[in-house]
Design a protein around this ligand. Structure first.
Ligand SMILES: [Zn+2]
Length: 103
């Protein structure tokens, strides 16, 4: 349960980071082609867009893994039957072995 609460905290902070990136993208969303800074802004915007895609993918993966926690046997190691751990499941949502048994 503590692990689940910690994962929910991580979703919340990811959601905050996501909002900050969206806010930053809006701030630099000036589209002045004649501005000598234009190329820099376009580059920064591309970087923010890629961070945004990554944040969305991370959050989607986390939400998918949290949804699967309700499935019987999810998150339990096939070998030693201990909980695999939220961090490992976030990195590898399809993991069926704990880090000790996967080695
Ligand atoms: Zn194990």
């Amino acid at each position: 349960m503590a692990e689940l609460l910690r994962a929910e905290d991580q979703i919340a902070s990811l959601a905050r980071a996501f909002d900050e990136i969206v806010g930053a993208a809006e701030l630099i969303n000036t589209d002045d082609e004649h501005d000598p800074e234009g190329a820099t802004i376009a580059f920064e915007r591309a970087q923010v867009a890629s961070l945004l895609r990554q944040a969305r993918a991370d959050r989607a993966a986390l939400v998918r893994s949290l949804e699967r926690i309700d499935e019987p046997g999810y998150g339990v190691c096939d070998i030693c039957h201990h909980f695999i751990g939220v961090e490992r499941l976030m990195a590898l949502p399809a993991a069926t072995k704990c880090i000790g048994c996967a080695r």
